[in-house]
Write a protein that binds this ligand. Structure first.
Ligand code: BDR
Ligand code: CA
Length: 313
């Protein structure tokens, strides 16, 4: 089993990612940290704990992580996308309580317990990972791989014209994650926008006998309303669950060069942009250190049907 630390800002697509991850037969979710993004970190932890209880997985430890970003204060969530409470304003039965210590503490402890094997899947802003790297300079060497939903190698952003939200909320933290000596797989917005759950698939969840499935369908309603306005069709994009599927080997990229990615941390309009060296300029003379970032560019098979099957199982 692959031990996984999951970092999230739950969040509607984070909800899909969490439930999908819990269902992977080759994975043991050994800890979860939350960060402010779609909602504040404490609310994201509440949602995560409540969802774990609904899924019958209360044993998984959850730690509340960073409320503010490295250089900027958290400015509030995105109720028009994820609802006021982050889970589409669905009221969940209350689950357990977070563990003592913050998300960075939990990640560092797990990296020692599962040294060399622990994988990180991060689907919220990168702050907790950066705090952990700063707290423990040896951390990167104990991690097998980091897979992130974040950035946009070939597309505009969604937080600003240049920046995807998970990178753009905390560019300094994101730069630290790409600069650290661990292998990173980036599943960016340009890829995730093409993978959708349809309204018909959502209705299959709504018609299920399972309370978990019906609750997910209810949570998704808000997300579908938002994406209807963006896409002109009642579907939703599958950002966070697709990153999970890449990490677990369930979604196989058709194109994913290993190059160097840098994050713009300046204050201009490109703040938070991910600059991927897709032409291999840094492989030249002299070679530049840091070409260890697998940038997923295409995944041919539609992920929606696979996600639905897993959620209905
Ligand atoms: C990312 O931002 C969040 O709103 C989503 O949960 C996803 O992680 C997409 O840019
Ligand atoms: Ca997220």
């Amino acid at each position: 089993l692959i031990p996984v630390y999951f970092d999230c800002d739950t969040g509607i697509d984070d909800t899909l990612a969490l439930i999908y991850l819990l269902g992977r037969p080759n994975v043991e979710v050994v800890g979860i940290g939350t960060v402010s993004g779609n909602v504040d970190a404490a609310t994201a932890a509440r949602n995560t704990l409540d969802l774990l209880a609904l899924a019958g997985r209360q044993e998984v430890p959850v730690a509340v992580g960073a409320h503010d970003y490295l250089t900027e204060a958290y400015a509030g969530g995105v109720p028009h996308i994820h609802g006021r409470n982050g889970v589409g304003d669905v009221v969940l039965a209350r689950g357990g309580e977070p563990v003592d210590g913050d998300a960075a503490d939990l990640l560092i402890a797990l990296s020692k317990q599962y040294e060399g094997a622990l994988q990180i899947i991060a689907v919220g802003p990168m702050t907790n990972l950066a705090v952990a790297l700063d707290r423990d300079p040896e951390l990167a060497g104990r991690i097998a791989r980091v897979t992130i939903m974040g950035g946009a190698a070939l597309a505009p952003g969604n937080l600003s014209p240049a920046a995807e939200a998970n990178i753009g909320h905390d560019p300094e933290a994101s730069a630290a994650v790409f600069d650290a000596a661990w292998p990173v797989t980036m599943v960016g917005l340009d890829v995730t926008m093409h993978h959708r759950l349809t309204d018909e698939q959502r209705e299959q969840l709504a018609a299920s006998d399972g309370e978990l499935q019906r609750t997910i369908a209810a949570i998704l309603d808000t997300y579908f309303n938002f994406y209807d306005g963006i896409l002109g069709v009642r579907e939703c994009t599958l950002h966070d669950p697709l990153a999970v599927a890449v990490a677990t080997g369930d979604a196989i990229p058709s194109l994913a060069p290993v190059v160097k990615v840098q994050v713009e941390t300046g204050s201009g309009p490109a703040r938070g942009a991910t600059v991927a060296d897709l032409r291999g300029m840094y492989r030249g003379h002299p070679p530049v250190d840091g070409a260890r970032h697998t940038v997923v560019l295409t995944i041919d098979d539609q992920f929606g049907p696979q996600l639905l099957d897993s959620l209905l199982a």
